[in-house]
Design a protein around this ligand. Structure first.
Ligand code: CMC
Length: 429
């Protein structure tokens, strides 16, 4: 706590509000006792000024364009680390030693298969289901299959649930994809890396050998790392809120997946690539820029803007480099979608509307181009985001459950409905 005190004056009375000091970032006014002492609520739709919890996992400085996982800058991790090492860091707070990493990798790898009976569960879905629809259902259903990791009060069971989800989400996403194609499910292969295994489960068929390209494996691993956590975003807050009631971890992550699906959040990567394709050629960009500026059009430039980043999204920078690298190595650098993306970015960044509102490309602006070059359909983009974010959700969920001050999440409201009135009989309405 800092020495500072904030003061609120209301109806002739002064209320002292303690000010809490974070390790970095803006100070936080503690209003926990405000309602009991002053009989007022605070109003903050969308939580633009409200810290909903204490957390030691991820820090974002939106003005500087900085993202830290447990203090480590995302650019350093993207260059030097791997997704599984980042998973360990997010879950346990420190970078692993070589033996800790080997043990963790072994534990995750040995949990990648799903219960065989889950195969029948998939068959209940229509073939044309969106893979996110399938994932919401199947991940929620994990609570019906893994009864030995449902007790949230048992730290060992929480640990097993965490490992199971990190390990099985790629398998489930790949199965959802295979199911939509009408192809047989491909079982995980323990000899492959986390990212390589996912690519293999998506693109291999029993009829022939599929060799994972090291270029694509590295790019996929980097996409996973960049999306691994992002402090109290909408889906993470959903996971925390669901978990605050004591719901089991699989149900909480299913809730997070459902929230992620929306086009303002994880669904933006699919929406962005579809938009770039719709634009099609560079000469049509001004038309779309004009539409984005027109409030009545209801159209937004997908992949632009962010609630927290008001300078640039550091993940987008790394992603852009990755897009250039992957397309270059695959020999498709003249990809028309990439040309449209680059020109759109250039024009938007010079346009007064976007500059004044601090709208910059976000992580989703370039990720779709890489994923498409790898061979994924747009419907798989958000499932890949979900696989990557699973470790963030589960780390935040574990942190919340272990927090002694944790309470059920229960926001209040500014009621604007009718005052109390008497029921009117049907005949008299
Ligand atoms: N295109 C055109 N105008 C925009 C855009 C956009 N992409 N984003 C924001 N604006 C305008 C908006 O109309 C508003 O204008 P005004 O002040 O005149 O009313 C102003 O900028 C502020 O927008 P906001 O909606 O109040 O900002 P927010 O912080 O609530 O929303 C956002 C953030 C990411 C939802 C929004 O920028 C957006 O819808 N972007 C497109 C979707 C997208 O790319 N989402 C991915 C986010 S990054 C990955 C993730 O988190 O999952």
């Amino acid at each position: 706590m800092s020495d500072k005190v904030a003061k609120l004056e209301l109806d002739g009375k002064t209320y002292a509000l303690p000010v809490l000091k974070p390790t970095i970032g803006p100070e936080v006014v503690d209003i926990r006792k405000l309602y009991t002492e002053a009989d007022v609520f605070t109003f903050d739709p969308g939580f633009t000024s409200t810290a909903s919890c204490e957390s030691a996992i991820t820090y974002i400085d939106g003005d500087k364009g900085e993202l830290l996982y447990r203090g480590y800058p995302i650019e350093q991790l993207a260059e030097k680390s791997t997704h599984l090492e980042v998973c360990y860091l997010l879950l346990y707070g420190e970078l692993p030693t070589a033996s800790q990493l080997a043990d963790f990798t072994q534990r995750v790898t040995r949990h990648t298969m799903v219960h065989e009976q889950m195969h029948y569960f998939f068959r209940g879905f229509r073939r044309d289901s969106h893979p996110m629809a399938t994932m919401v259902g199947v991940v929620g259903a994990m609570s019906a299959f893994y009864h030995d990791s449902l007790d949230i009060n048992d730290p060992w069971q929480r640990e097993v649930a965490a490992i199971r989800m990190i390990a099985k989400l790629p398998t489930i996403a790949a199965m959802a994809y295979k199911y939509s194609l009408g192809q047989p499910f491909v079982y995980p292969k323990n000899a492959l890396s986390y990212a390589g295994n996912f690519l293999h489960m998506c693109f291999a068929v029993p009829a022939e050998e599929y060799v994972v390209s090291p270029i694509l494996e590295k790019a996929m691993d980097r996409i996973m790392m960049l999306h691994a956590d992002h402090e109290q975003n909408a889906s993470t807050s959903t996971v925390r809120l669901a978990g605050s009631s004591g719901a089991n971890p699989f149900a909480c992550i299913a809730a997070g997946i459902a929230c992620l699906w929306g086009p303002a959040h994880g669904g933006a990567n699919q929406a962005c690539l579809e938009m770039l394709k719709e634009i099609g050629t560079v000469d049509r960009i001004p038309e779309y820029i004009a539409k984005a500026k027109d409030k009545n059009s209801g159209f937004r430039l997908m992949g632009f803007g962010h609630r927290v980043y008001k300078n640039f999204d550091p993940r987008a920078k790394v992603m852009k480099e990755s897009a250039d690298e992957v397309l270059g190595l695959l020999g498709i650098e003249d990809n028309p979608t990439l040309q449209v993306a680059k020109e759109l970015e250039r024009i938007a960044l010079e346009d007064d509307y976007f500059v004044s509102k601090k709208l910059y490309p976000n992580v989703d602006f370039y990720s779709g181009i890489i994923l498409e070059a790898m061979g994924f359909p747009t419907s798989m983009f958000t499932p890949i985001f979900a696989i990557s974010r699973t470790v963030g959700w589960i780390s935040q969920w574990k942190e919340m459950i272990a927090d002694k001050n944790q309470k059920i999440g229960r926001p209040r409201q500014l009621y604007i409905g009718p005052q109390k009135r008497d029921y009117v009989d049907l005949r008299h309405r």
